[in-house]
Design a protein around this ligand. Structure first.
Ligand SMILES: NC(=O)c1ccc[n+]([C@@H]2O[C@H](COP(=O)([O-])OP(=O)(O)OC[C@H]3O[C@@H](n4cnc5c(N)ncnc54)[C@H](OP(=O)(O)O)[C@@H]3O)[C@@H](O)[C@H]2O)c1
Length: 287
């Protein structure tokens, strides 16, 4: 049996699909889990509740873990530290021998004061440090930017034909569909020899304008534009959209790290066979 945290999320739901297709029993953890299905037991609870998590992990031969991201939570770093500490304490108490942890490219970089060096990713760096204290075989899964993160601006693209952000338009980044992140996570969970770090780089490095050009038509916007907003204006835009001040600051700091090349892959890109390109992913959104 394998316990999957974040089992209804972009990545976790794919992990559940892959594991059950491989004939593995799954405990699927979320605050509002999906209904039971063949091979899948729903476990409803909060990752901050260590005693609940300990039970959900009891007897698991492996676990998929993550640090769920709530852009609306004020005190982002403290919130992440609380959830991350609870997950690691429960893994330790339950003595789970095998862990695959969803992290990110750039999580190897310390966040520095106020997490200014890599923004949101500084909390994932701290979580990788906590996971390293476990007496377990831990694989840190480090994907590039999720293509699904562009869906946050779907309404703005439909309304104004524009995607706005503070990543430089000529910076090509590893971009990956969460379907492929979930596949990589499940493969690592089922591989006793999986390495300590698995980078998930997607089919090719692509720019933000590439993604906008593919996604616009999928959303019914034939000629979408990408607007590179100055950093301080981006922070104000995000505040106006309801993000707390620290969240807006961390988003812009993360983008600054993308622009400066601080968030990048270190190993060679694996085979792109069967990996969704940006255009294939966008066709799926349209469907
Ligand atoms: N976006 C990117 O480009 C990117 C790139 C690299 C890495 N990442 C990392 O990927 C992770 C997010 O993965 P994702 O997109 O698959 O997540 P997601 O789609 O937001 O799903 C989050 C999952 O966690 C559950 N959850 C949230 N808060 C919880 C809590 N307090 N207790 C228990 N369950 C909780 C949610 O279900 P309930 O709401 O029902 O609880 C859901 O199943 C983050 O760590 C992020 O930093 C993101």
């Amino acid at each position: 049996m394998i316990t999957v945290l974040g089992a209804t999320g972009n990545v976790g739901a794919q992990v559940v699909r892959e594991l059950t297709a491989a004939g593995t029993e799954v405990r699927a953890v979320a605050r509002r889990p999906a209904a039971a299905a063949p091979g899948v037991q729903p476990w409803a609870g909060d990752l901050g509740d260590t005693a609940f998590l300990r039970r959900a992990l009891d007897g698991a031969r492996a676990a998929f873990v993550l640090l769920p991201f709530d852009v609306t939570a004020a005190g982002h770093a403290a919130h992440q530290a609380r959830l991350g500490g609870s997950v690691v304490a429960a893994l330790r108490d339950a003595a789970v021998p095998r862990v695959v942890a969803l992290s990110s490219l750039g999580a190897e970089v310390p966040g520095g004061p106020d997490l200014a060096r890599t923004g949101y990713l500084g909390s994932l760096h701290e979580q990788e440090q906590r996971l390293a204290t476990l007496d377990a075989h831990v694989t840190r899964l480090r994907p590039g930017l999720f293509l699904e993160s562009f869906l946050w601006s779907a309404d703005a693209m439909r309304a104004h034909g524009v995607h706005a952000d503070s990543i430089d338009p000529d910076v090509a980044l590893p971009m990956v569909a969460t379907r492929d992140v979930g596949r990589a996570a499940a493969a690592a969970l089922l591989d006793p020899d999986a390495p300590a770090v698995v980078e998930v780089q997607g089919a090719a490095d692509r720019t933000v304008p590439d993604v906008v050009a593919a996604l616009g038509p999928a959303l019914g916007v034939p000629d979408p534009a990408y607007v590179r907003v100055p950093d301080d204006e981006m922070e104000q835009l995000l505040r106006g959209a309801g993000l707390p001040a620290d969240g807006a600051r961390l988003h812009v700091a993360m983008n600054r790290a993308f622009n400066a090349g601080r968030i990048r892959a270190h190993g060679p890109r694996g085979s792109a066979d069967g990996v969704l390109t940006v255009e294939e992913w966008a066709a799926g959104v349209a469907a």
